[in-house]
Design a protein around this ligand. Structure first.
Ligand code: GAL
Length: 714
């Protein structure tokens, strides 16, 4: 019966595109806890195809089974007028998260978004650097729309006449409860295509749904160890001599530095780009890269993908470019293998192949005024819209591929990504510069399957400089982007010592960051994420006074929860609560369970809101009871491949603590062939004294762990 029905609807669809038909979706469990539903005739090109993501089957099986989280008949779909209409149920107490890299909001119920790759322009309307079409429900499940189209989402705003739980019509004349935005019990989604693939991701927790999404997208990225050190981007017209001098200055002054980013001036022409070294500023690229590597400092190169008529590849690639240019530069159709060969071959030549460690892929996001327009056409037949939604994804994919061929890991920057991109070793950044909103973005990055850096560029005051720097140290990429400002970590002498201390802390924490990224990779756990993904956060319980809740901005949502946008989890054990310029104190919400001060180990609270006055030197950071933070000496550069490093294992609180410490060579892709291990750490208090153990190195696997000592904090 079913088969006949699908066949019939399929046939009908082929004969008429304006025909309306409804369909209950058949859900197929494609991985444990992940169901795929096919509606209508999905397009040949979608986000997962663009990213080439291969689900991490092992990680998903390790998570075990899950129940299909929704009533199957409550999800409906319809294809009409060449578009797919999707409807998902919402219950009264449900909150929604995700729907891309938003900068101002974390809760998405009650919002209308058009998910569209774009430069963020100060409004959470769906146009952003990674408009990942994935939402997570507080009921513990997720929904991912695998489409490379501009998708409209009505996240609990649209009221259907056939609603099971309709709002009551109220009289505006007399009823104070009348609302211009009555209650909605659904998420409605419009995909401008005659079909789409949808994934439902099971829980039972929200974190489980997020993990499943990341594992479906290929698992989180695993940066090389050096990627987690410190990076400085130099002023855009710096010469080779300037850069060498800058690296020396870091060394002499004792500031850590693992890679330097060159901005547009390394190229002979930029916007559009030649992809060739400028001969006057960089007369001997190979010699220069080699000299930098001798100083243990790698190089990352800025580029946008728009090909200057003067680029050596301009003529060769001419048959494979779009109908419209960007800054008079050609746009390669990188869905075509021949175009890729030319384009990525050029990125390799005299760059990757002489030791450049990565790229900053700029301008693949938007905005509309300068990117190719939606009327552009591409030789592959992919639409301008599809190209816009996936160009950043594909750039990451194929650049990573170049490094993969050479068995060298990379870690770079990109200004656009999308669904299916979790595994790419790139961090998103932009030109917006609101410190608070940067933290909200960091929180949302964990829902969107991407990494985000709250980069530091310049500041009006020493205080602001230090506050921004402190947050940046607790983020995926610790970076000053001085492309315009020319700032250095020591630019504000009043706080240079504190900045140095923070940078040193970043290095000390490298074993922690590295292990947490390995958990992103193998288990899909985002290293930087929202408090609501944390056990015991009990957000709802914390609201004692509904006046705290900004109901005016969220009138659709009946859920009275506080939106927490200024504190986040960093790895398994840390809660980070940034301080913003001008603040001397702040409130921190501690989830249930005992929490301890990161710096002193002193008890801080349990399931409560605390007020803290950390002073200028410190960013408030708290550690969960039983927390284990592996630390290494504060070196100026990351350990080399396979280099042994001594560890101090810091332990907090009283509960027995467990930790999986990740180890591999730190630089190659050998881990894909099994050359890695998790060493098990256990620490407890025996008669008040610390007793710690670490499992023996696994035979035949890389072992970079030297002497291990244990330290009770507090
Ligand atoms: C911007 C980018 C900046 C910097 C600049 C150089 O697009 O966001 O970080 O790289 O280009 O021109």
């Amino acid at each position: 019966m079913n088969f006949l029905r699908y066949l019939l609807t399929g046939l009908l669809l082929l004969t008429s595109t304006s025909l309306v038909y409804s369909q209950n979706i058949k859900w197929l469990e494609v991985e444990p806890g992940i169901w795929k539903g096919i509606i209508g005739k999905p397009e040949n090109f979608d986000l997962l195809k663009a990213s080439g993501a291969v689900a991490v089957h092992q990680g998903l099986s390790d998570m075990g089974q899950a129940k299909f989280p929704l009533g199957e008949s409550d999800i409906t779909a319809k294809v009409t007028d060449g578009k797919t209409y999707l409807h998902f149920p919402l219950s009264q107490n449900e909150q929604l998260y995700g729907l891309g890299l938003n900068f101002k909001t974390v809760q998405q119920r009650g919002r209308i978004l058009t998910l569209h790759v774009d430069n963020y322009e100060g409004k959470d309307n769906g146009r952003t650097h990674s408009p990942t079409p994935f939402y997570i429900s507080s009921n513990g499940y997720g929904v991912f729309i695998n489409s490379a189209r501009y998708i409209q989402v009505y996240a609990g705003t649209a009221v259907r006449t056939d609603s099971k739980n309709p709002p009551i019509a109220q009289d505006r004349n007399t009823d104070d409860n009348w609302s211009a935005r009555p209650y909605s019990d659904g998420v409605d989604i419009l995909v401008p295509a005659q079909g789409v693939e949808v994934y439902v991701l099971g829980g039972p927790t929200m974190l489980d749904a997020v993990r499943r999404y990341n594992l479906l997208s290929g698992g989180g990225c695993l940066p090389p160890r050096w990627g987690l050190g410190f990076t400085q981007r130099v002023q855009r017209l710096s010469t080779a001599a300037d850069v060498l001098k800058e690296a020396d200055a870091f060394e002499e002054k004792g500031y850590p530095l693992d890679f330097i980013g060159l901005e547009p001036g390394w190229q002979s022409k930029s916007y559009p780009c030649t992809f060739e070294w400028d001969k006057s500023r960089f007369p001997d690229p190979r010699g220069f890269v080699g000299a930098m590597l001798k100083k243990n400092v790698r190089l990352n190169l800025w580029t946008n993908p728009y090909i200057s008529p003067e680029s050596p590849i301009a003529k060769i690639i001419a048959g494979y470019t779009g109908s419209h240019s960007v800054w008079v530069g050609a746009v390669a159709d990188i869905t075509i293998p021949e175009a890729r060969q030319v384009f990525f071959g050029e990125l390799s030549k005299n760059k990757i192949d002489i030791g450049v460690s990565g790229f900053k892929i700029d301008e693949v996001d938007g905005g509309d005024e300068y990117l190719w327009p939606d009327v552009a056409t591409f030789p592959s037949g992919h639409s301008a819209e599809q190209m816009r939604q996936t160009y950043g994804l594909m750039m990451q994919r194929y650049v990573t591929g170049q490094y993969h061929q050479l068995n060298r890991r990379t870690f770079g920057l990109v200004r656009a990504s999308n669904g299916g991109g979790s595994s790419f070793p790139f961090v998103i950044y932009n030109d917006y510069y609101n410190h608070r909103d940067f933290i909200t973005a960091l929180i949302n990055s964990g829902f969107a399957g991407v990494l985000w850096t709250p980069e530091v560029r310049d500041s009006k005051t020493a205080e602001e400089w230090l506050r921004r720097f402190q947050s940046n140290i607790f983020s995926p990429m610790a970076m000053i982007n001085a492309w315009e400002s020319g700032t250095k970590p020591w630019t504000f002498p009043e706080v240079a010592a504190q900045v140095k201390q923070m940078a040193a802390l970043r290095m000390q924490m490298m074993p922690y960051w590295y292990s947490e990224f390995a958990k992103y990779h193998f288990k899909g756990i985002p290293p930087f994420r929202s408090m609501v993904l944390e056990d015991g956060f009990g957000n709802h319980d914390l609201i004692k006074n509904t006046n705290d809740v900004n109901l005016k901005d969220y009138p659709y949502g009946r859920v009275i929860t506080q939106e927490v946008k200024d504190q986040y989890m960093a790895g398994q054990y840390l809660l980070v609560a940034p301080m913003f310029n001008g603040e001397t104190s702040r409130k921190v919400i501690l989830p249930k369970g005992n929490w301890y001060d990161f710096y002193t180990g002193k008890y801080a609270g349990n399931g409560e809101v605390i007020s803290v006055m950390p002073g200028l030197d410190k960013i408030p950071v708290y550690v969960k009871d039983g927390g284990i933070i592996p630390m290494m000496p504060a070196t100026l550069h990351a350990p080399k491949a396979n280099e042994k490093v001594d560890l101090e294992i810091r332990y907090y609180g009283n509960k027995p603590g467990y930790y999986l410490l990740y180890d591999d060579d730190g630089e190659t892709f050998e881990y894909e062939k099994g050359a890695w291990s998790f060493r098990k750490i256990k620490v407890e208090l025996k008669k008040g004294k610390i007793a710690g153990e670490i499992s023996a190195p696994v035979k035949g696997k890389p072992n970079t762990i030297g002497k291990v000592t244990f330290k009770k904090m507090g």
